[in-house]
Design a protein around this ligand. Structure first.
Ligand code: ADP
Ligand code: MG
Length: 633
């Protein structure tokens, strides 16, 4: 080994220390995955080299025979993974192996409780990677040189995984990286050809370039002068093989490599398209949402290959934003090898690929919903909120996306989002031609809303929408399967054929009979309301506030206000239940002052029941106390 110069000791970023600790403890039962991760990195490194060499062939330094070699030393208890990929400069090693660049990492790490059991599931949202080497090694050394740098600019990185690492500049003749793991006491099992071969076959068979192990000596022939190597994996790009020949486990392991995930995907879709456009895609639905799903700068998109040559990670031009959780590869025969992000954004070929891949993704999700309802529940928990962005972003697929949505409802699920629109339509009453829904802050709040009274009485299901995005979603979702959506808290509720002619006649008569009371209420509430009318929505409550047909709902109003926007003032409609004893009592009240107080109390209570806050809570309390005093006098 050569001389080391410019040696320095540096501390890991805090997040790395936390991750290391978490990983070593939570992945111990699955420790062999370290090899998969290091091979995955070596494969990425050769992909990057091949790509950069398209423009700068001199990077190959005469050697285009890309491969990964795994060797071991039983005595020294080491395992070595070596690649001739892009390699790392000293600066690369310091940043890539000393920090985590993902945005939102430190917030994510704040979720750690210190309780290993509780924390261990968090690692699934984060992914592992290089640091998994420390599960089995108490010292890790990296010898690397970036392709294109002079031999004297190699780097030696080493660490015991305990808070700091050392870097030094070394001479390294060959480009690429060599990772040496000094196995912990008790992990010597990995310094063994059979063990390594099995782990490679199990997790890394799909890696597209050869992974070589030293050929086992049989003991019969003379020991060769030089080590002989043999390829242990299949060494062909998985997506180029016919579907029928690929086992589920292979698809799953390949996912972990491209998805930088360590859990299995929920499903996948592998397709070869021929004709005007030629490309192969392999798309996956992950099993779990990454911690940074809602981070703007979080990595997303597919891994792009052109004729088997890796071009870029995170090509996000192939899928809409609401499908940003989909992972996988797309390998095109039509794009040119020097395609860039700028070109991708303008190329009409990309548009048609995008719409086809969007459709494939939706089909895959639809299939999951149909065939694996339990899995679909997990999918919905992880990605439902993101899918809800779909109808606004993707007009063409609105109906298809709507079919994938799941809602809480008055009919089943106790607040769980399990009801599809097809379920709902299947349960519609005779004469019902609308899909009814109510939005609000929480299930607990909406499930007892007075707005539901008439629906409960008539046995009509209402969808209960309480996610922050819901009201916005519903402003884009107006119809499904030819049936329009009706917000039950909005406008003058018309139940259509669900109300019989007699019902309607009776309603008109009551409205007429209560014209006097209506006028009195209107006078008492004055500018607080847009309108006062007899309600058909109520059975148990005395009064309710409805939102005007064109007005913003409460949820949107609160979101806009919270973001500091000026929201146009809109007044509610006060509806009263003429057969409620309180209203009857009110009707009989001769004292106009008392009538006014009672009316305002009813109005404020209706606002509270709708989940709104009172404009003048002190006045409400005052009026209520006045009444209480009178009562107890
Ligand atoms: P990820 O692979 O998800 O980026 P890792 O923790 O596995 O995360 O690796 C961190 C980074 O270290 C890689 O992104 C890469 O920049 C660098 N790296 C790791 N292994 C190698 C290697 N064999 N050759 C070159 N760079 C590497
Ligand atoms: Mg990695």
């Amino acid at each position: 080994m050569s001389v080391e110069t410019q040696k320095e000791t540096l501390g890991f970023q805090t997040e790395v220390k936390q991750l290391l600790h978490l990983m070593i403890h939570s992945l111990y039962s699955n420790k062999e995955i370290f090899l998969r991760e290091l091979i995955s990195n070596a494969s990425d490194a050769t992909d990057k080299l091949r790509f950069e060499a398209l423009a700068k062939p001199e990077l190959l330094e005469g050697g285009a025979d890309l491969k990964i070699r795994v060797s071991f030393d039983k005595e020294a208890k080491t395992v070595t993974i070596e690649d001739n990929g892009i390699g790392m400069s000293r600066e690369d090693a310091i940043t890539h192996l000393g920090t985590i660049a993902k945005s939102g990492t430190s917030e994510f790490m704040k979720n750690l409780t210190g309780d290993q059991k509780k924390d261990s599931h968090l690692i699934g949202q984060f992914g592992v990677g290089f640091y998994s080497a420390f599960i089995v090694a108490d010292k890790v050394e990296v010898f690397s040189r970036r392709a294109g740098l002079p031999a004297a600019e190699g780097v030696h990185w080493s660490s015991r995984g305990e808070g700091e690492f050392e870097v030094a500049t070394i001479d390294k003749a060959e480009r690429g990286s060599r990772i040496v793991l000094h196995l912990k006491e008790g992990e010597a099992e990995f310094a063994d050809g059979w063990r390594l071969r099995n782990v490679i076959k199990k997790y890394s068979d799909h890696i597209a370039l050869p992974i070589e192990l030293p050929k086992e000596a049989t003991g019969e022939e003379e020991a060769p002068a030089e080590l002989e190597w043999e390829t242990v994996n299949r060494a062909s790009a998985l997506w180029t093989r016919p579907r029928t020949e690929i086992k589920d486990e292979e698809y799953q392991e390949f996912y972990k490599h491209v998805g930088h995930d360590f859990e299995n995907p929920l499903s996948w879709s592998h397709n070869k398209v021929e004709g005007k456009l030629e490309y192969t895609s392999l798309l996956y639905v992950p099993g779990r949402a990454p911690f940074d799903l809602y981070q703007r700068e979080a990595p997303r998109g597919l891994k792009l290959y052109v004729q088997r040559v890796f071009i870029m990670d995170q090509a996000d031009e192939f899928l809409p934003l609401y499908l940003r959780f989909i992972k996988g590869v797309v390998d095109s025969n039509d794009l040119s090898l020097n395609v860039s992000r700028e070109i991708l954004q303008k190329d009409p070929v990309i548009d048609s690929m995008k719409s086809a891949l969007t459709k494939r993704s939706l089909d895959m999700i639809e299939k999951l919903a149909k065939n694996e309802p339990e899995q679909y529940k997990a999918f919905w928990k992880n990605f439902g909120q993101v899918l809800k962005e779909g109808p606004a972003e993707d007009f063409a697929n609105k109906e298809k996306i709507a079919g994938l949505l799941r809602f809480a409802s008055t009919a089943e699920g106790e607040g769980e989002q399990v009801v599809s629109l097809a379920d709902y339509i299947g349960r519609m009453k005779d004469g019902q031609d609308k899909i009814y829904y109510l939005t609000g802050e929480s299930y607990a709040q909406v499930k007892n809303s007075p707005h539901l009274e008439v629906f409960r009485k008539k046995g009509i299901e209402v969808l209960l929408l309480t996610d922050r995005i819901d009201e916005w979603l519903m402003s884009y979702l107006t119809e499904f399967d030819g049936k329009s959506f009706i917000d039950v808290a909005r406008g003058d509720l018309d139940l259509g054929k669900l109300d019989s002619e007699e019902d309607k006649k009776a309603q008109e008569e009551v409205a007429k009979a209560k014209e006097g009371l209506t006028e009195r209420l209107k006078a008492a509430l004055g500018e607080h309301v847009a309108e006062v009318r007899v309600s058909h929505r109520l059975t148990d409550s005395p009064a309710i506030l409805a939102i005007g047909e064109q007005d913003l709902g409460l949820q949107m109003r609160q979101i806009l206000e919270a973001s500091g926007q000026k929201v146009p003032e809109s007044k509610p409609i006060f509806e009263f239940n003429p057969s409620h004893p309180l209203i009857e009592r009110l009707d009989a009240e001769a004292d106009e002052d008392r009538f006014g107080d009672l009316t305002h109390i009813l109005f404020d209570q209706a606002a509270l029941a709708a989940g709104d806050s009172l404009k003048d809570p002190a006045a409400y309390v005052q009026r209520l106390n006045k009444l209480l005093v009178e009562l107890s006098a």
